[in-house]
Design a protein around this ligand. Structure first.
Ligand code: NAX
Length: 330
């Protein structure tokens, strides 16, 4: 039998946490034959609620779940974890300046980075979900220098999946037959959902999304804004932000990273830029990646046209600005 994998979820008493922990315990993240031990962290005001989540996990009698730790102690939560999904953060409240939210999250990510550095498994894989996700991941990287840069990522898979969903809805093809969209850049409204290399698997073979959709005006306009603004549309409809889709996408992100992407398929992940596609180095930027043997690599050699170039640069500019703002909060 396989040894259990220890998975940390921070902010586990929150909305996404509540959707995510049962998925992990059912094997959605790491596979149906991989036992797990869940480490759940939240802050003291949420301790009672966190304990309620633990009670429900016990009551679910998940066969793969070999243990549950629910704690408000960061170091206890991080102890020996192999996977860390960072969902906890400080939300933007009405009337708050961006800088104030940034400052709160910088201090959270700085201290949680130190705890991971000190207590987690040396090869821990980290996924930051909490916003501003790219910049929180960058701060985490800065303050956990012994964790390899390649092991620190942020979530843009939800945006990627939203793009697949929109193409599927528009064309009538199954979402599982649409692949290789790309989310470039920041997990924010400046992200660039790019379909220039995306394909649909049709009964007559793979066809470019542009050919199947056959409406560049829609692809260059409403498609992009719908994906960029989807989070706001969910809030409007549900009066709450995306939770089950965020949790599901976080599972997709880790599963593909650990178990590999299917041949001929790439996904989007926020990773440290190495300068590929003339993206400035030193920001966490969403790229198309393939994964094998537990490592991601940026897909190389894709053609970037003028329209795309402007959009890749605009979202990079925003990330540089966020980075400067974050550093000014340190
Ligand atoms: P909730 O407010 O429901 O839950 C957040 C939880 O984090 C709360 O239980 C809170 O007590 C806890 N928390 C706060 N500070 C903490 C700390 N220092 N350590 C541990 N836990 C702490 O928010 P939810 O809807 O679950 O969203 C969580 C985060 O995901 C938010 O930052 C949100 O903006 C972000 N999102 C990111 C997405 C992405 O694609 N990257 C999409 C969904 C989501 O909007």
């Amino acid at each position: 039998a396989k040894q259990p994998v220890r998975v940390l979820v921070t902010g586990a008493a929150g909305q996404i946490g509540y959707a995510l922990v049962p998925m992990i315990a059912r094997g959605v993240m790491l596979g149906p034959d991989q036992p797990v031990i869940l480490h759940m962290l939240d802050i003291p005001p949420a301790a009672e609620s966190l304990n309620g989540v633990k009670m429900e996990l016990i009551d679910s009698a998940f066969p793969l779940l070999k243990g549950v730790i629910a704690t408000t102690d960061v170091e206890e939560a991080c102890k020996d974890v192999n996977i860390a999904v960072m969902v906890g953060g400080f939300p933007r409240k009405e009337g708050m300046e961006r800088k104030d939210v940034m400052s709160k999250n910088v201090s959270i990510y700085k201290s949680q980075a130190s705890a991971l550095e000190k207590c987690a498994a040396k090869d821990v894989k980290v996924l930051v979900v909490a916003n501003p996700a790219n910049t929180n991941a960058l701060i985490l990287k800065e303050f956990a220098p012994s964790i390899p840069d390649k092991n620190i990522t942020c979530l843009t898979r939800l945006d990627h999946n939203r793009a697949l969903g929109q193409i599927s809805e528009r064309t009538g093809f199954q979402v599982s037959d649409v692949k290789n969209v790309i989310i470039w850049g920041n997990h924010s409204s400046t992200q660039y959902p790019d379909v220039n290399h995306a394909v649909v698997i049709t009964p007559k073979g793979e066809k470019p999304v542009r050919e199947v959709v056959n409406d560049d005006e829609w692809l260059n306009g409403p498609f992009i804004t719908t994906v960029q603004q989807r989070g706001a549309a969910i809030i409007k409809a549900r009066k709450l932000s995306s939770a089950l889709s965020a949790a599901s996408s976080a599972c997709d992100h880790i599963r593909d990273w650990v178990l590999g992407t299917p041949k001929g398929t790439w996904v989007s992940m926020g990773v440290l830029s190495d300068g590929s596609y003339k993206v400035p180095k030193g920001v966490i930027y969403s790229f198309p990646v393939t994964c094998a043997n537990g490592e991601w690599s940026i897909v190389q050699g894709l053609l970037i046209d003028g329209f795309s170039r402007t959009k890749l640069d605009a979202t990079a500019d925003e990330l540089i600005e966020e980075k400067e703002m974050a550093y000014s909060c340190l």
